[in-house]
Design a protein around this ligand. Structure first.
Ligand SMILES: [Zn+2]
Length: 359
């Protein structure tokens, strides 16, 4: 047998990227947001007490400013479920130069892979679906009793066969959730299962880290390293908020091979519950420029993590087109070279997302 053993006939033995409508060559990925949600629900996060009068209000231009200040107090804001609108807004993303969305909605926040397939077919955007489990407070009751092996088997099946009889296959592991520091033991089990599934498939992994905690990031990376994860295909999310301008922390993560998610562009809200302002786009761009100067450009990926209604253009938000339409020009104005932009939006995502040949 030749070296191509195990690969389907006629295909090069190099591995593909798996979208909800089929496999593509890594060179066809194009500009890619590594961490987005087209259809999801964070209703389990609902905290009405910070603004009880807004709890059941609708997101509208009249309520927008107050919704942004109390984003998690407004139940309506936590549900993004309009397929027609997702098709329309994916079109805006394509028109701005984007081509692929990594849709990391996982178990616990209402993944709907059939809806993703429809959005992809009707808008033309390439969508890569996630698998695995989000943070512990969203876990199904039976997860405590399940073994690491059964969780990794489930992820492998969703990547290789499909998601519960739909025939739609996942193409990435995530968003795997870690909600607190130290992490919950069930979150540790899911992380270890994710590492196993990654070794079996070569899939990329996207991990949510605990808000406001540098230590959470180091803990996640430690668990994954000890579990034999493919560290250079692991994106640790939301690092602009976890590390802010701590370049030593970024270096420490880069030394493990892991990738930084600068993935909340456009989110400039104040978190009333945590009494903390999220970083601004200006701060994100300044930090990226410093990381590029430090030679860490190959560790950077970009996204917006749209998961709240007020972030959609229909409700006055930045929409999926924000990175290609607004952030790319600002990066170039800040002196970031074109090839570095291409690496962050295309080259590095393609490397992360390419599956093992024959999977
Ligand atoms: Zn997310």
């Amino acid at each position: 047998m030749s070296a191509a053993r195990g690969a389907p006939a006629g295909r090069p033995d190099t591995g593909s990227i798996r979208t909800v409508t089929g496999d593509i060559a890594p060179g066809d990925l194009g500009w890619t947001l590594i961490h987005e949600h087209l259809i999801c629900s964070l209703a389990k996060y609902w905290i009405p007490d910070t603004a009880p009068d807004l709890a059941t209000a609708k997101v509208s231009l009249e309520t927008l400013t107050r919704v942004k200040r109390h984003a998690f107090a407004v139940r309506d804001n936590l549900v993004v479920d309009d397929v027609e609108n997702a098709i329309r807004e994916s079109g805006e993303y394509l028109a701005a130069g984007g081509r692929t969305i990594v849709e990391v909605t996982s178990h616990g926040i209402d993944r709907d892979v059939r809806a993703l397939e429809i959005i992809s077919r009707r808008s033309g955007v390439q969508v890569i679906a996630g698998c695995g489990y989000y943070i512990q407070i969203t876990h199904p009751r039976n997860l405590e009793d399940r073994s690491e092996q059964s969780l990794s088997d489930e992820m492998i099946e969703e990547i290789t066969v499909g998601v519960s009889g739909t025939g739609v296959r996942a193409g990435v592991i995530g968003e795997i959730g870690v909600g607190t520091y130290p992490m919950h033991r069930a979150e540790r089990k899911v992380l270890r299962a994710s590492a196993r599934a990654q070794v079996a498939t070569g899939a990329g992994m996207v991990v949510h880290s605990a808000p406001g905690s540098k230590e959470s990031v180091f803990e996640i990376v430690g668990v994954l390293e000890r579990s034999g994860a493919l560290m250079d295909k692991v994106v640790v999310s939301h690092l602009e908020e976890r590390f802010r301008d701590d370049i030593r922390a970024f270096r420490r993560i880069a030394a493990t091979g892991a990738i930084f998610g600068f993935d909340t562009f456009g989110r400039e809200i104040y978190y009333e519950g945590r009494r903390k302002q999220h970083p601004s786009d200006t701060q994100r761009i300044e930090m990226i420029a410093r990381l590029l100067d430090a030679g860490l450009g190959d560790h950077i990926t970009l996204a917006q993590d749209i998961c709240l209604k007020h972030e959609l253009t229909r409700y006055g938000g930045q929409g999926y087109a924000h990175v290609p339409a607004n952030i790319v020009p600002r990066l170039l104005h800040a002196g970031v070279p074109v090839d570095a932009v291409e690496a962050m939006l295309s080259g590095t995502p393609a490397r992360i997302l390419t599956l093992r040949p024959g999977v």
